[in-house]
Design a protein around this ligand. Structure first.
Ligand SMILES: [Zn+2]
Length: 246
């Protein structure tokens, strides 16, 4: 290690000096001249086709993506980071302009083509494929509902694998009948804080806000709690009645 990095390391291990250095940096970045210079330099470097190609290769490399996902997961375990991110995301997605912008981005054929290319590349990686397949399989309770709907020849389809989003939103319901605008959500007692087994006010509030959002969009919503599936005849009757409501 050279002396310069040695000195830097020493500074970094001393908390007082570290604080000082951080302050210095923050002040430096308040300087509009420096910011301008920096952003210009960055723009210039991005004009180089070499740099562009390198970056594109990096972003599209499946291994790098998986590596980054690992880093993201670690960050996500930090409660402070998670709280901040969640709040920011919520704010972004409550802005109709942002929702519209994302809708346009998602509808852009260039973007979807690129996504599908990256997706295909990712699927070459068995680790990634395994992860996704796991998520795509219906849960136990979902499978029971699938069987019931089949026996009723219902038009309600399982889309909980992410294959369908409510138009104009990011909401992926568990079951949907697009024509009749019916949605069935299957809620696990633990994950959604059912009032009988795992009462949790925060989770219940989340459930209610989700249902209300769907209702505002003109959907009829049936909630099926995991514990309700124990009484087969009762749940079949409930779903049958719901399916006939429209
Ligand atoms: Zn329950």
């Amino acid at each position: 290690m050279n002396t310069r990095s040695e000195a830097a390391k020493k500074r970094w291990t001393n908390s007082e000096q570290r604080e000082q250095a951080r302050k210095c940096q923050t002040e430096r970045w308040m300087d509009p001249e420096l910011l301008k210079r920096h952003s210009e330099a960055l723009c210039d470097s991005w004009k180089s086709p070499e740099r562009k190609r390198e970056a594109a290769e990096y972003w599209e490399n499946g291994d790098n993506r998986i590596y980054r996902a690992g880093l993201g997961k670690k960050l996500w375990e930090n409660i402070e980071y998670r709280t901040k991110q969640t709040a920011e995301r919520k704010e972004r997605w409550s802005n109709p302009e942002y929702i519209e912008k994302m809708r346009l981005v998602n509808a852009d054929p260039v973007v979807s083509k690129k996504r599908s290319r990256i997706g295909k590349q990712l699927w070459q990686n068995p680790e990634h494929a395994k992860k996704c397949l796991h998520r795509r399989t219906p849960s136990g309770p979902e499978q029971k509902i699938i069987d019931i709907l089949k026996s009723l020849s219902s038009e309600l389809l399982y889309v909980g694998n992410g294959s369908y989003l409510i138009p104009g939103t990011r909401m992926n319901p568990d079951f949907v009948d697009k024509n009749k605008k019916l949605v069935i959500e299957v809620l696990g007692c633990f994950w959604h804080g059912c009032s009988k087994h795992y009462p949790d006010v925060r989770k219940q509030r989340q459930n209610t806000s989700r249902i209300n959002k769907l209702k505002r969009l003109g959907y009829l919503v049936l909630i099926v709690w995991e514990h309700e599936l124990k009484n087969h005849a009762k749940i079949v009757a409930k779903i049958k009645a719901f399916d006939k409501r429209r």
